[in-house]
Design a protein around this ligand. Structure first.
Ligand code: SF4
Ligand code: SF4
Length: 698
């Protein structure tokens, strides 16, 4: 290339890069400072697991393939982008190289690696172009409900399309020149699409020089569009192109069911989140990363039944609030000063802003209290989010503010909290009656049998609710049949604290949890069995935060283990009214806190299959995609004033497989589904816990 032309190209590129990267760096710095001004959160342990997640969820695009067609489309765009990004660097570097448009990055020129890269890039760029056209058609003609119409999405597709097209126009011009000189490079030979563009130039009557003029224009358009694209990202829902790596890398590695505790409760002045910067930096990174793809909405029980909560809109509202407050956060939190002082090794005065003074627009009003209370904490949204964004923690943080700072909750919640506080059960029933369910069952308490191998932690429902205590009795029968040495706590047992924590009363939760931990440690308990998935989750995943480490097993895992070990053998067909005389059709409803939270999916199903005469049939929405019964997140304590009832929707889904029995593994699911069947007139169908069915067949 001529020296003058080269210098001109380099100067042009320096101007373009200075402007483009200058604006981009400013925007990115602003976002980074906002994250630095948010609440700290240690996300730097378990690096091996974090890297694995990046490989599986980012490079492997695992969650995207839940919808195979659109997943493949996105995966091709993503993989294409990864490969083509090397080409992008090459294009910018061309402006500074004496080889000009024939420059290649070291290793990607002549040779096997370069040839392989040329072929891969050429094919992927073409596929990306096809996917862009496909995605545009899909958005404009048969857009899925979960996607909000968006001009920005179309603009991004146009940008990507231009990038691919201009790249081919440049390659085609280069290859035409080489072909006319009778020396097509190895790169040209390995680039079928680029060569096709060269042939199109030739077919249109372009000489090599004329084609190169077009190629040069295409080159500058390409570079300008890349920089425009880059600058659009931080302001758009496509910011995930930059944040996805970090969002997945720093995703939560603690158990999904362990809510972040409020440390040193007694010393805190404020609780929960009412200002957006009170979220942790990772929670705000989540918000910046949301693509508004709506996958989180697809199986959300609140959204499906006409409640005001959409997990997608929840994140979008928090983002809008954050955009309003970015500048204030950076100045109020003195982020830059703190950083400078940290580098100098000096202390920084804490922010002077009064944490109690609300800032407009107010986060809670923007999100809306009805939204905050509509969530069943079922985690379906989180299970479906390709970026591993979490929603439940944000809901709980805002509930903590409403409950602990504002005392803003419904009458039913207030009554339940008083009952939990005074009687350690949500109904306010006498503590002395907690062990009454076992009166005729010959079950020892730990005070009577302190050396028992297992503690059967019964839970509030299993103790006080007549229907659930039948499940407790079935578990006792199985434990005895299996020859297990166990005991209960009787009136020494208290609520685990799960409802208080999910309501947002962290103070009451920690009090209740600590009492149980102290009691259990006082008896030197090592192994715990639960029937309630909420108790199971809390003791297993949350008590360790307060120093309570126990080996916890849910009864469905335990029963399956007993079957496997030959300790029990179901021999009888179920003694239940059946529609089909030859088999009992059983469909299993996954409890969210057992399934999605703790990945217990197979034991209950395998146990049901072991019962003679049963035919286990799956609902369409099962396992990871199971639909909540509506009880979680302490929702069962609240009235359902808006939309239709979640339990009725779940019953409707169950009835599609024409079951005789809906099997459950949670007392609250059992209550909700029985109510749902009664409310919809389907009361010929039986709802029964897996333990009851097994006990029935022994
Ligand atoms: S939270 Fe996740 S699933 Fe929901 S819209 Fe955002 S990126 Fe999509
Ligand atoms: S946790 Fe469940 S109810 Fe709450 S937003 Fe997510 S999907 Fe909806």
């Amino acid at each position: 290339m001529e020296t003058n032309a080269m210098t001109g190209m380099a100067i042009g590129m320096i101007v373009l890069l200075t402007v483009g990267l200058g604006i981009f760096t400013t925007l990115l710095t602003q976002k980074t400072l906002v994250l630095l001004g948010a609440t700290p959160d240690d996300r730097f342990s378990n690096f091996r697991e974090r890297i694995d997640r990046v490989i599986v969820y980012m490079f492997g695009q695992k969650r995207m393939f839940k919808e195979p067609k659109s997943g493949l489309m996105h995966a091709i765009l993503f993989w294409g982008f990864c490969v083509i990004s090397l080409r992008t660097i090459t294009l910018f570097a061309m402006a500074f190289s004496s080889q000009g448009f024939e420059y290649h990055l070291p290793g990607l020129g002549e040779g096997a690696l370069g040839n392989m890269y040329a072929l891969t890039k050429d094919i992927l760029a073409f596929l990306v172009l096809l996917m862009v056209i496909g995605a545009a058609i899909r958005r404009m003609s048969y857009r899925p409900d979960r996607l909000t119409p968006s001009g920005e999405a179309i603009l991004i597709l146009v940008f990507i399309g231009i990038l691919m097209l201009t790249d081919f126009l440049l390659d085609g011009a280069r290859f035409l020149g080489q072909m006319e000189a009778g020396a097509l490079s190895a790169e040209g030979q390995m680039s079928p699409v680029g060569r096709t563009f060269a042939n199109i130039y030739a077919a249109l009557g372009y000489s090599a020089a004329e084609a190169m003029s077009v190629g040069k224009v295409a080159y500058w358009i390409h570079c300008a569009v890349i920089l425009a694209f880059l600058n659009l990202l931080p302001k758009s829902k496509h910011f995930h192109v930059i944040t996805v790596f970090f969002n997945i890398l720093f995703s939560k590695t603690e158990p999904a069911g362990a809510i972040r505790p409020i440390e040193n409760l007694e010393e805190q002045e404020t609780f929960g989140v009412s200002k957006v910067e009170q979220f942790s930096w990772k929670q705000l990174l989540d918000v910046y990363s949301c693509t508004e793809c709506g996958r989180c909405e697809v199986n959300c029980p609140a959204w499906h039944t006409g409640k005001p909560l959409s997990p997608k809109v929840l994140i979008k509202d928090i983002l809008e609030n954050l955009h309003h407050h970015e500048k204030r956060i950076i100045s109020e939190q003195n982020v830059v000063g703190t950083l400078v002082n940290r580098i100098r090794g000096q202390e920084t005065e804490p922010p002077t802003a009064d944490p109690f003074t609300p800032v407009e627009p107010d986060l809670i009003s923007q999100v809306n209290e009805d939204v905050i209370w509509s969530c069943t904490t079922c985690r379906s949204c989180e299970e479906n989010c390709p970026l591993l964004i979490t929603h439940v923690d944000k809901i709980i943080d805002m509930r903590r503010h409403l409950v602990l700072m504002e005392s803003s909750f419904s009458k039913e919640v207030g009554q339940a909290l008083r009952n939990l506080e005074q009687k350690s059960n949500p109904w306010g029933l006498p503590i002395a009656d907690r062990g009454n369910w076992a009166t005729d069952l010959d079950v020892p308490t730990l005070s009577e049998n302190p050396d028992a191998e297992y503690l059967f932690f019964v839970g509030c429902a299993g103790c006080y609710d007549e229907r659930s205590s039948r499940v407790s009795a079935a578990v006792v029968r199985i434990l005895k049949e299996a020859g297990i040495d166990f005991a209960i706590l009787g009136k020494e047992e208290g609520c685990t604290g799960d409802p208080a924590r999910r309501i947002g009363n962290e103070y009451l939760y920690q009090l209740q949890a600590q009492q149980n931990i102290d009691t259990m440690q006082g008896y030197n308990v090592k192994k715990v069995i639960t029937t309630c998935p909420h108790c199971f989750n809390t003791i297993k995943n949350e008590y360790p935060q307060l120093g309570g480490d126990f080996e916890v097993e849910h009864h469905t895992d335990m029963v399956f283990r007993f079957l496997d070990e030959g300790r029990i053998t179901p021999t009888q067909e179920l003694d239940l009214p059946s529609r089909n005389s030859e088999e009992t059709r059983v469909t299993y409803h996954d409890s969210c806190y057992l399934g999605r939270y703790n990945e217990v999916y197979d034991s209950p199903r395998d146990t049901l299959k072991a019962i003679p005469g049963t035919n286990v049939v799956e609902m369409e929405q099962s396992r990871e995609n199971g639909f909540c019964c509506g009880a979680g997140g302490a929702r069962w304590l609240m009235e359902e004033h808006m939309g239709t009832r979640v339990n009725q929707e779940r019953v409707r889904q169950a009835m599609e497989v024409k079951p005789d029995v809906i099997a459950t593994a949670c007392p609250y699911c059992t209550m909700m589904l029985e109510d749902g069947l009664n409310e919809t007139g389907e009361d010929q169908v039986v709802v029964a816990d897996v333990a009851e069915l097994v006990a029935n067949s022994l």
